[in-house]
Write a protein that binds this ligand. Sequence first.
Ligand code: ATP
Ligand code: MG
Length: 167
Amino acid sequence: MIQVYTGNGKGKTTAAMGLALRAAGAGFNVYICQFAKGHLCSEHKALKKLKNIKVEQFGRDCFVRRKPVQADIILAHQGLEKAKKIIACKKYRLVILDEINIALKLRLVSIKEVLDLIKHTPKNMELVLTGRDAPARITKVADLVSDIKDLKHYYLKGIKARRGIEL
Ligand code: ATP
Ligand code: MG
């Protein structure tokens, strides 16, 4: 199954991490590949303690809001290649591509590459793609799309990401 968590509201990455926790509890192997962000988020520290969850980051520190450079493109492709291998090895039941939609928006990877990855995902594997602005070509092929709406967000009041809550 292909799942997409998108929209401007809070809860995309945390929903994916919650699913990772649930899957790990069921004894599944989980692979989390985070794109476009290189800073270590608190959830990684916690998830690393679980032996059936593997977390890796493929982004430079806090680059998301800046103009991408070649290194960002190389890192994103390394992430995609790794995810491809993980999917092909069939050892993992849940694979999460966190912020892949951001990587697409910044053109670090192409839609064609991501669609190809989706195409090669076995039916009994759960592939989760997160990030705002999911492209229509991705949501079209997904089995589940959650569009999280920001009815209210304290970010607009100037409250930036907080450790343990947003990062
Ligand atoms: P979470 O990880 O809490 O589940 P998310 O994955 O749904 O959040 P992202 O789009 O990955 O959300 O990142 C949100 C981050 O971007 C927050 O840390 C917030 O501080 C920042 N941000 C920037 N602009 C906005 C906005 N308009 N609305 C909400 N958050 C914003
Ligand atoms: Mg996120």
